[in-house]
Design a protein around this ligand. Structure first.
Ligand code: FE2
Length: 235
């Protein structure tokens, strides 16, 4: 499976994956603000967009998934328990979606949100806000449907995955390079933890540093109802 990260600026990461021979493609975690750029890129690369996939219901940006699905007729894919409307294909652990001959698998990893999932291809694992690279740790668990203990328990899922997979996360600070799962097992402070109390403390410290999510009151209802607001303050 081929993979490109599409966003030039900002902390949110959006991935385009495609099968080289069939030109079938999928976008993972598109941001509404850049939908025009994504469509141009897909057309320039002569790709056929089969689906948009959201790793979870985002609180920090409006997803581009329902807009792209409405405009192109592609599927909007999410974990089956998501509260988000507009989804056209629900997946679970038994789902195998295909782009040409390439397979995509899914794992439930609740914690950052209840509907968080991993998207796994032959070479990549797309983690959303379940896991970040190295010192980034993991996403915060204090937003709607977030649960500390569920996130901690979900980390066990990583042991089912090959250490060679490249970890493609939902956010990174500018300049952070993507690394393999094996590398993260050595360098991510949360993956190195052995007890839940340390995890709770790490989350508390991290959340107090991050402060409130600036776009949440606009972005979260937009994503749950699959509706672009009349006014988007940051556009
Ligand atoms: Fe998130």
């Amino acid at each position: 499976m081929q993979m490109l990260q599409l966003n030039d600026s900002g902390w949110a990461k959006t991935y385009l994956i495609y099968d080289e021979s069939s030109r079938k493609s999928a976008i993972i975690d598109p941001v509404y603000d850049y939908v025009g750029n994504y469509m141009e890129k897909i057309s320039d690369m002569n790709l056929d967009l089969e689906m948009c996939i959201a790793t979870h219901t985002h609180a920090d940006h409006i997803t581009g998934c329902f807009t792209i699905a409405e405009n192109t007729g592609c599927d909007y894919v999410m974990w089956h328990s998501t509260p988000s409307l507009g989804v056209t294909k629900y997946v679970d652990e038994n789902s195998v979606l295909k782009l040409g001959s390439q397979e995509i698998n899914f794992y439930h990893v609740p914690g950052h949100t209840e509907d968080s999932m991993l998207i796994v291809t032959s070479e990549h694992v797309f983690t959303g806000d379940f896991l970040f690279t190295g010192e980034g740790g993991v996403g915060r668990d204090d937003l709607p449907s977030g649960r500390l203990k569920a996130h901690w328990d979900s980390l066990q899922v990583m042991s089912n995955l090959s250490g060679d997979l490249l970890v493609c996360t939902g956010h990174e600070a500018p300049g952070v390079e993507m690394q393999t799962l094996s590398w993260n097992n050595e360098h991510n402070p949360v993956l190195k933890m052995t007890n839940y109390e340390d995890y709770v403390k790490w989350q508390k410290d991290t959340v107090s540093q991050l402060g409130h999510v600036s776009k949440i009151k606009v972005a979260l209802p937009a994503n749950i109802f699959a509706e672009v607001p009349d006014e988007i303050p940051w556009l």
